[in-house]
Design a protein around this ligand. Structure first.
Ligand code: PHE
Length: 455
């Protein structure tokens, strides 16, 4: 009776007729907390980065237990996402109802965590105050996306942030303001550590701020010091992770240079903003978005105007963990198979040894879209909806789904699509019968949910 409801991690939410689109796949994955498992690749990597970033001056409060359902306000509004930002769409995001969703990034917790920094946030009496001027948040994040060996509806991010309180007064006897001295001191310490530990790191950094504006409440010097501290912090963590890998591959640090580059970026709640890429096995790999935090975000967290400057970054952990541990398919992170888990040890980066490669089987599904949406109350189909149906029916028995053909009939204008589904399990052989059954279910769901005509 009453409204339909969903229970997630012990909390009950009302469903919403238009918004609710969480799948049972996602619900089932939402209490796994892989990042907390000390001998899981994602957990090992998380710990390593936390230790490294806190090794300089132990400035980061750790948050690793935030629940995955947050408000639209926390995930988008508080960060300044415009109303029409594509990230908000139901085709990209899992909504619980019109006000709650599965966080799409760890930035959803920035305002709360900035608000916990007591010294900087005098007006707010946080229930969980911290003395530290920075924080690291690691959590599972959720996005509706394609299906292949590197995409999974749940992955992991680490958010990092650091602030400095500005000292308004000019110092006597020609000295620089206290916070500038402090920032210079913090930066110098970081640079020294970076030189000592990562002499083999080659950095391409175009420091020009053209098209990447600074905020007017900050001086050029403040922007420069804050940006440098941000970049050196990320370089330190990237160097640590990749040097560990190079070492485990038998390379001597002094001989193995590796390259990173900084690229201008855009995020609604930071400016200037960047992304860092690392050159690894012949490719530039995007690792992390970051920037100088917009003052509006700090004001949202309860800070006084003009009082504080700071930076933030968001780092994707799964791709890095796949590369470090040489894991060929992201689904392996989620397997319960002991042959996977028994291979990893707390604190160690080791190469994954595939226990077996089970053969895959492909099946195609081709269909006409309903001619017009007019007579239908069903929503138009998005590619991610097809992915979702396959995930729901096949679970981790699907390796990838690819659009292999698409055309429009010249006379009727009807659109046809053909998707190729590769069924393959990481843990066992699949029988033809079970694949046929899944395939039939996928076909039936496509018709029932989206009124397509199968071909
Ligand atoms: N949340 C952003 C993402 O998921 C990354 C980011 C974090 C960018 C913090 C800037 C500051 O892409």
């Amino acid at each position: 009776h009453g409204k339909p409801q969903i229970k997630i991690n012990g909390k009950v939410y009302d469903e919403h007729p238009e918004y609710t689109n969480v799948s049972s796949t996602v619900l089932n994955l939402s209490d796994r907390s892989l990042h907390l498992k000390p001998a899981h690749p994602v957990g090992i990597l998380r710990k390593q980065i936390e230790d490294k970033l806190n090794s300089t001056s132990n400035s980061f409060q750790l948050y690793n237990n935030f629940r995955p359902v947050v408000t639209v306000e926390e995930n988008f509004d508080s960060l300044g996402f415009p109303q029409d930002h594509p990230g908000r769409s139901k085709s990209d995001t899992y909504y619980v109802n019109d006000k709650h969703l599965f966080r799409t990034h760890t930035s959803a917790h920035e305002v709360e965590c900035f608000g916990n920094i007591q010294e900087f946030c005098p007006k707010v009496t946080s229930k969980t105050p911290t003395e530290k001027p920075g924080f690291l948040i690691t959590a599972d994040v959720y996005r509706r996306d394609e299906i292949d060996r590197t995409h999974y509806p749940v992955f992991h991010q680490m958010e990092g942030a650091r602030v400095w309180r500005r000292s308004a007064e000019k110092c006597a006897d020609g000295q620089e303001p206290l916070h500038i001295q402090k920032m210079r001191h913090d930066l110098a310490k970081l640079e020294k550590q970076l030189r000592e530990e990562s002499g083999n790191l080659v950095v391409q950094d175009d420091v020009s701020l053209e098209g990447n504006p600074k905020q007017s409440y900050m001086s050029d010097l403040e922007v420069d010091l804050c940006s440098q501290h941000l970049k050196r912090s990320i370089e330190l963590l990237v160097a640590q992770v990749f040097n560990k890998k190079l070492e485990s591959m038998g390379c001597k640090k002094s001989e193995a240079e590796f390259q990173v580059r900084w690229i201008k970026a855009y995020f609604p709640w930071t400016t200037p903003s960047w992304e860092i890429e690392v050159f690894w096995q012949g490719e530039w790999l995007e690792l992390c978005g970051c920037g100088v935090v917009r003052e509006q975000l700090l004001l949202n967290a309860g800070y006084d105007k003009d009082s504080t400057i700071g930076w933030a970054f968001g780092l994707g952990l799964d791709r890095i963990a796949m590369l470090l541990f040489e894991i060929p398919d992201i689904r392996l992170f989620w397997t319960q198979d002991e042959r996977f888990h028994s291979q990893f040890r707390e604190g160690q980066i080791t190469k994954f040894k595939p226990y077996s490669k089970y053969p895959g089987t492909t099946r195609d599904v081709a269909f006409w879209l309903p001619q017009t949406q007019e007579a239908s109350t069903l929503s138009p189909i998005h590619e991610n909806d097809i992915m979702e149906i396959v995930r729901e029916e096949a679970g981790d028995m699907v390796e990838s789904v690819k659009l292999i053909d698409q055309f429009t009939h010249p006379k009727t204008n009807k659109k046809s699509f053909c998707y190729r589904i590769n069924y393959q399990s990481m843990d066992r052989n699949l029988t033809n019968n079970e694949i046929n059954e899944i395939q039939e279910n996928v076909r039936r769901e496509l018709v029932q949910k989206y009124n397509v005509s199968l071909r």
